[in-house]
Design a protein around this ligand. Structure first.
Ligand code: 8YV
Length: 324
């Protein structure tokens, strides 16, 4: 009998084809997330599950997984999964590190440039037929080149963002729990500073921490108030790292110049007042959404599934699973 693999949301066709050669695949291609009862049912009947950030794989779901060997999350973040419980139940948990950081860094830069140069409102202005001739003060923005970039969380994605700043001749500040090795700091020309200093001195503050108990709501009204009135805040990490209501208030009052969020505190819901603001960009969580990256992510997910079905340790276990 073929092992059963549930894929809970839209997946790559080529990766699905690979899975189907060895497994019986139960595929939810509806575009909507599975309700909890269905996740439990799928956990009970599957040998492996391919899951997404929108699936809450909690102790109840994991508890139902009698023969479940692996939860393979499609994404670098895995805050949707109760990893401690999975480990207790001897269910492997994997994510997709090492393959989406460059694409997410590209999006972060698109957002920085887009918000600083008012690309979206300027585009709308032209489309709506308001462009009647060149004007010296039309959509004046702020420079990115030569400014100070503050990177909060200098893991793979944060470092890829910082590396791009070299080409923009920016001063880079970073903060995180542990300092980077000196050689990496030098290569990025980045200075390790306390959070407060980073917030006070940066023109662009960009968030790249995972969502953990330590980082939950690390950016609130108090932290936003430390930023320069001309500064921009970018979040391509996780919504709950920030208090979005405090951000909306700050943008209304002009405490900071603008923000760009690819992720939201109560995703997919938006915080009240957000869509009325002109100084915010709000794409729908597309950090890793390039054709090539999504293919590589999906194939890494399948590699992990095959590892587990072969009885080997999956190649990209999440850090917390084996105590790392
Ligand atoms: C994923 C992400 O596409 O990698 C992550 O953590 O947020 C995205 O790249 C998303 O998690 C879908 O599961």
């Amino acid at each position: 009998m073929k092992p059963v693999v549930t894929v809970t949301n839209i997946f790559s066709e080529t990766a699905l084809e690979r899975l189907r050669q060895r497994c019986h695949v139960v595929y939810n291609d509806s575009g909507a997330s599975l309700p909890v009862a269905e996740l439990k049912q799928r956990a009970a009947e599957s040998d492996a599950m391919v899951t997404y950030l929108s699936d809450r794989i909690d102790s109840e779901v994991l508890g139902a997984g009698n023969k479940l060997k692996l939860v393979a999350n499609y994404g670098a973040g895995f805050n949707n999964i109760d990893v401690a419980r999975a480990r207790q139940n001897q269910i492997w948990v994997t994510n997709t590190p090492g393959v989406l950081h460059e694409t997410t860094a590209d999006l972060t830069w698109a957002l920085m440039l887009g918000i600083a140069r008012a690309i979206v409102p300027a585009d709308r202005y032209t489309r709506e037929g308001h462009f009647t001739g060149w004007q010296a003060k039309l959509f004046l923005g702020h420079d990115v080149y030569g400014k100070t970039l503050g990177v909060i969380g200098c893991g793979e994605i944060g470092r890829a963002v910082a590396r791009r700043a070299l080409g923009f001749d920016m001063k880079v500040l970073y903060c995180q729990r542990n300092r980077l090795p000196e050689e990496q700091e030098q290569r990025l020309n980045a200075a390790f500073v306390p959070l407060e200093q980073l917030l006070r001195e940066s023109d662009f503050v960009t968030l790249h921490v995972p969502l953990t108990e330590e980082t939950r709501y690390m950016i609130r009204a108090e932290q936003i108030a430390m930023m320069k009135p001309t500064a921009y805040l970018i979040n391509t990490a996780r919504g709950k790292v920030m208090d979005d209501r405090a951000l909306v208030e700050a943008l209304k009052k002009g405490t900071i110049a603008g923000a760009a969020l690819d992720v939201f505190e109560n995703e997919p819901e938006l915080t009240e007042g957000m869509t009325e603001l002109n100084n915010i960009l709000i794409p729908p969580h597309i950090g890793s959404a390039s054709h090539a990256t999504r293919e590589v992510m999906a194939n890494l997910v399948v590699d992990n599934v095959f590892d587990a079905l072969d009885g080997a340790t999956p190649r990209t276990l999440v850090p917390g699973w084996n105590g790392g």
